[in-house]
Design a binder for this molecule. Structure first.
Ligand code: SAM
Length: 475
């Protein structure tokens, strides 16, 4: 798909708005940016987003548009440009913006646009109120938004206003998306640019369920490089563009580009069933035919690791909180009576081996006493899984094998960056450990995990809900 703006004046206008926004961004403090979640869209992205709508409304219709968190209006104006190119002439535009500092530019940009386009009917209103808290009666044909992003306290008025979506600490952008979904007309569509975080993760589960029930996800665009998509801002969040429509659509298009210049776009179409994982409504983002095969393999698997009876828990030793219980030596220099047991970190596991004790600056032992007992677990066979890894790493799932036979103590402490896999009904056998381990570090699981999870965490729930294709789980 190549998208080009034929009208040079339109491009120039968008560039001017982008420039004004960048000048404004330089004058605002990092605190204000954070408080308002203010990161302005560059004109390439604005243009790309505006082009994603379907434009199948009757040409004579007055198109009702909403831009929530409008900033300098770059998204609305990009959309008006495209609509005019497609021969629409009547528009009713509503913009929400709470930062008084941008309002003058916003009004000026809209006014100049109206003056420059005397042949169109453009009614616009800028509502200087909080989009989440303002009761809105109207419904819209098209909603376009780069909403603010920041974490909200659970007791904030915004979180309270949409408490039905909140689980853990909400981010304001998801409230913008959910409220917009409610404001669409029956044939309406919305396009958002947001962090990728909502597509997976337990905190967003309730929101995903709500959103995917209210609207149909028709298009996802991802950027292959984590370069800055917002000029003048160093946001290293993975960012995606999504298009939703009120009408149900069984298919989805996924596009990707190297960066926000969209110089080369790859496109993939598939069924939504393949992309939305059914256990937790996780939105997977495949970017090649190979990825689609992987999704098919995993999403048709008969059971997950949880279905097979496995459990997972997190290592309980948070070292900075339990400093007084830890030691670098197996005995206390001051109290010979004190008993110690091993404290294992990920660095204690290399390939298939446990390396303990290690010559390492980190503490290797934890006190074995009544005050530490709650942090320890009985020494058994466990499969350990590192809780954090990044996209850039060779493997997203990093494991270690802990065999009972390798430790002489009957208890062991596991550092908090580790999860451990076990069963409640019996101990894992050595053969089973190898089978599980080979499955988890297989190239297929790595590919699946990368499609599924865009953040740096490898959560317990991600592992437990991992579908187990029988062809990969042998031995
Ligand atoms: C990420 S910026 C995007 C601005 C502009 N749409 C763009 O794409 O360049 C989000 C904007 O939302 C505004 N905003 C933040 N919280 C808001 C709220 N509760 N209601 C309305 N606007 C809000 C901010 O001041 C900021 O201008």
């Amino acid at each position: 798909m190549t998208i080009s703006l034929t009208d040079q004046t339109h491009t120039n206008l968008l560039k001017t708005i982008e420039y004004k926004a960048s000048v404004y961004a330089k004058t605002t403090s990092p605190d204000q940016k954070k408080e308002l979640g203010q990161f302005f869209t560059d004109y390439h992205i604005a243009d790309y987003m505006a082009n994603l709508f379907s434009f199948n409304m009757p040409k004579a219709k007055t198109i009702e548009i909403l831009d929530c968190g409008a900033g300098h209006g770059i998204l609305s104006i990009s959309l008006l440009n495209i609509l005019i190119q497609k021969s629409y002439t009547k528009f009713d535009l509503t913009l929400y913006e709470i930062d008084p500092g941008v309002l003058q530019d916003l009004h000026q940009n809209l006014l100049s646009y109206k003056k420059e386009h005397p042949h169109i009917t453009l009614n616009y209103r800028v509502i200087e109120k909080n989009f989440i808290l303002d009761p809105i009666e109207s419904k819209f044909d098209l909603i376009i938004s780069n909403p603010p992003y920041f974490k909200l306290k659970k007791e904030s008025p915004e979180a309270k206003a949409m408490i039905h979506l909140v689980h853990g600490q909400p981010n304001i952008y998801m409230l913008f998306m959910a409220k917009s979904a409610d404001l669409l007309k029956e044939t309406g569509e919305m396009v958002f640019i947001t962090p990728r975080s909502f597509t997976s993760g337990a905190y967003f589960k309730r929101f995903r369920e709500y959103l995917l029930d209210a609207v149909s996800l028709d298009h996802i665009h991802i950027f292959n490089t984590r370069r800055e998509h917002f000029k003048n801002e160093s946001i290293l969040q993975e960012t995606i563009i999504t298009k939703f429509s009120k009408q149900d659509n069984p298919n989805i298009t996924i596009t990707s580009s190297e960066d926000s210049t969209f110089s080369y776009i790859e496109e993939l179409s598939t069924t939504k069933d393949l992309v939305v994982e059914k256990y937790r409504n996780i939105i997977c983002i495949p970017s090649s035919a190979d990825d689609l095969e992987i999704l098919d393999l995993f999403h048709t698997a008969p059971s997950t690791l949880q279905d097979l009876g496995y459990k997972i828990s997190t290592g309980k030793v948070v070292t900075f909180r339990n400093k007084e219980l830890l030691s670098t030596t197996p005995q206390s220099l001051f109290d010979k009576e004190k008993e110690y047991c091993p404290l294992l970190w990920m660095h204690n596991f290399k390939n298939d081996d446990l390396l303990f004790p290690l010559d390492h600056k980190k503490e290797q032992y934890i006190e074995f006493s009544d005050r530490s007992k709650a942090l320890l677990i009985p020494t058994q066979n466990y499969l350990l899984i590192k809780r954090f890894s990044s996209k850039e790493q060779h493997r997203r799932i990093n494991i270690g094998y802990l065999y009972k036979k390798d430790l002489s103590s009957s208890y062991v402490g596991l550092e908090n960056h580790l999860n451990y896999l076990y069963r409640n009904d019996r101990e894992l056998t050595s053969q089973e450990m190898k089978k599980l381990g080979s499955f988890l570090i297989s190239a297929e699981v790595d590919k699946y995990f990368r499609i599924l999870n865009g953040n740096t965490q490898v959560n317990a729930a991600d592992i437990l809900n991992l579908p187990v294709p029988p062809e990969l789980y042998k031995g």
